[in-house]
Every structure is written in C-alpha cells, then in structure tokens.
Design a protein around this ligand. Structure first.
Ligand SMILES: Cc1ncc(C[n+]2csc(CCOP(=O)(O)OP(=O)(O)O)c2C)c(N)n1
Ligand code: SF4
Ligand SMILES: [Mg+2]
Length: 347
C-alpha cells in the first residue's frame, strides 16, 4: 500500500511565522466589500515584510472600514477611537512608543467628513504612520449617505445627486506636507501590495487613499466609486516594483524609463513610468496632475508623491531613543529641587 504523503510544512516568513499568525477574526462586512480585499493585502504585506505582529498598533475610528482591523492581525495592539478622532490617538501612540508601527485604518466619512480637522494636522506633522483611507464615497455603516469624497454629480441608488465638489484626499495630503501619498484600488492586487510594502518602509506619514467599492450602497450606475467605474477610469501612472532591503536582489532596469526611490531602510521602490514626465518627487506637479485628472473624471493611481528624506515628527521633536512609555519615573519627573527653583522663579 502506498504511504500517505506527509502534508507540506506551511510557508514561513523571515521571522519564521506562517501567514496564519497574521490573520484576524472572521469578517462581518458584506461579501464583496472592497474593505475585505484591503484587509487581505495588509496582512499579506505585513507577512511578506516580516513585521512582528506585536510591534503593530492598529488604530481606527468608526465605520465599516474602521471595523476592519478586527479582521486581520489579532496578535497586534488595537484601538477603536471615536468617529473622526483616530489621528490624535495615533499621534499619542506613535510618540509614546516610537518602536511601534502605527497603522491607521479609516473611511472617507471618518477622515474627510467628521475627521477632517484631525486629519489635516496629522498630515502636516509627518507623524510616522501608515494611514489608509478605505474610500467608497459614502457612509457605508449608516446606510449609504454621501461623504465629502463623493464626486460632483455622482448619484445615490435613489437617484439623489451630489451637488458638492469632492475633497481629494491625495491633493490635500500632498499640499499639507505628507511625505508618501498614493492612490490605489481595492481590486488591484498587484499595485496595492507593492504600494503597501513601500509605505511600510517609509518613515513619516504615508497616506494611501484606496478606492474600495461599497457593494451594498454605492456600486450602481451613476456612482464614481464602483467596480465598473474604476475599471474604466483607473489611470495608473507607473508599474510599481518594490524590493525590500532584506532581499536586495539586483534587477536590471533602464534608468530612462524607470525611476528608483531608495526608502529609509534601504529598500528600493522602482517606478516604471507609464506617463512621460511624471516625477513623484515634485510636489507642485503632483498636485497639478491630480487636479487635471479630477476635472476629466480620471482616477490617477500609483505613488503620487514621495519624499524619503524629510524628518518625521519624532525626529523634529528630538525624542530620546528609548520609547517614552518605557522611561522610569526618575527620568521623566524633575526632582523636587528643580520644581522648587521653578516655583521660586515665578514668585
Ligand atoms: C460622533 C458621531 N457622529 C456620527 C456617527 C454615526 N456614524 C457612524 S459610522 C459613520 C460614517 C462612516 O463612514 P465611513 O468612514 O466612510 O466608513 P464606511 O462605513 O463607509 O466604511 C457615521 C456618520 C457616530 N458614530 N459618531
Ligand atoms: S455596507 Fe458597504 S462599506 Fe459596509 S460592509 Fe457592506 S459593502 Fe462594505
Ligand atoms: Mg465610506
């Protein structure tokens, strides 16, 4: 009798962990929701990059998108903030422990409607965080009202038309000083995976606006955030290829058609140009090109802007190397004599 084949050992990453260690709870989102695909890409990127799940702090607000961190990486830290208030909690977490990898997951309502005030300050500070907006143009959790990213003229299922211009989160983030800004689509596995890995290697604010169709409330004709609309209007700027520092394989490429960006950890992001003259290191050009695309109804995708050299908020604050949260009391509390001298000076 033939001996039964022994099952192959599961593939592990450079930490020796199988992918199952990056999984989370079973999703309660609708089948086909773009947010589920993004969760899959996030956990794959974390696995491939060999990020220790215990090093990650998942931060979110309120919404279907903000629920999604429960569906990947159960071993990581997690905090569900109030609606639109995740950026301040994330800033606190990133500063209290600089060794944590802060991962913010938000929605277009959570970020561009109620949370816009918090979002703009996060972007201008260059807080080290990977901030993902799962953008479906509606408030999915509360049954599909337009959010502030809904395009002018877009229609709800009921036929109601949006009369207000959309806030373009990428243009806004670039103008405010974010140092890694990209746009992708939940249905584009290849582009989103490479972009997530590059964003994980970035030190500073990486803001990814990912169009993520809401199949229940915003996937009909007349929507500009549907699978069908993205299929027709997605204009990729380049083909992304990410080579992590730990793999460092030499790849032949033609510098005339490929732009190489070296990330903080020595990884390489290679952008094979599809559009002549586009350079994601040029802030003003990136904003101009985004505005042109928006006017023409195109959705530009790719790494829209990157500055791999700017100091992050942690650098600017000149924080000590040890995470603040681990400092003993004698290092954070001035001694009695210092406080007394201070009080005397105020008398
Ligand atoms: C202070 C406050 N206002 C309003 C709400 C109701 N509310 C819950 S989720 C949500 C919108 C979520 O939209 P979005 O962030 O786009 O997430 P999606 O569900 O579309 O993924 C709103 C208005 C709330 N929870 N808290
Ligand atoms: S309502 Fe929309 S956003 Fe929410 S889970 Fe369903 S498809 Fe996703
Ligand atoms: Mg939404």
């Amino acid at each position: 009798m033939p001996t039964p084949a022994t099952p192959a050992a599961p593939r592990t990453n450079r930490l020796g962990l199988p992918v199952v260690e990056y999984r989370g709870g079973k999703t309660t989102l609708c089948a086909g929701c773009g947010h589920n695909a993004i969760s899959e890409r996030i956990l794959e990127a974390m696995f491939d990059m060999g990020v220790s799940p215990e090093r990650v702090a998942k931060l979110s607000g309120i919404g279907c998108s903000s629920k999604s961190p429960a569906y990947f990486m159960s071993r990581s830290h997690a905090f569900n903030a109030l609606h639109g208030r995740m950026p301040s909690v994330a800033t606190g977490a990133a500063l209290a422990n600089r060794e944590l990898l802060a991962l913010g997951v938000s929605g277009d309502g959570d970020t561009a409607s109620i949370g816009i005030g918090q979002f703009v300050h996060l972007m201008r500070r260059n807080v080290p965080i990977l901030y993902i907006v799962e953008n479906n143009g509606v408030y999915g959790l509360t049954k599909g009202q337009f959010s502030a990213t809904a395009d002018l003229g877009a229609k709800l299922k009921t036929g109601v038309q949006n009369d207000l211009p959309a806030i373009d989160l990428c243009t806004l983030a670039i103008q405010l000083g974010a140092t890694f800004v990209g746009r992708s689509f939940s249905g584009d596995k290849r582009q989103l995976s490479a972009m997530l890995k590059a964003a994980l290697a970035h030190r500073g604010t990486a803001m990814l606006d990912v169009v993520s169709p809401c199949v229940t409330f915003n996937d009909h004709e007349g929507s500009t955030k549907s699978y069908a609309y993205m299929k027709e209007h997605d204009v990729p700027l380049h083909e992304l290829n990410f080579v992590p520092a730990f793999e460092d394989i030499a790849v032949e490429y033609d510098p005339g058609t490929t732009l190489e960006v070296t990330m903080h950890d020595g990884s390489h992001l290679r952008l094979r140009k599809l559009e002549e003259g586009y350079d994601p290191r040029d802030r003003a050009r990136a904003m101009g090109r985004l505005m042109e695309a928006q006017a023409g109804g195109d959705v530009l995708t790719g790494v829209l802007f990157v500055d791999a050299k700017a100091p992050s908020f942690v650098d600017l604050l000149n924080l000590v190397d040890a995470p603040l949260a681990t400092l003993p009391e004698e290092r954070v509390r001035p001694p009695r004599a210092v406080l007394d001298a201070l009080m005397d000076a105020l008398r």
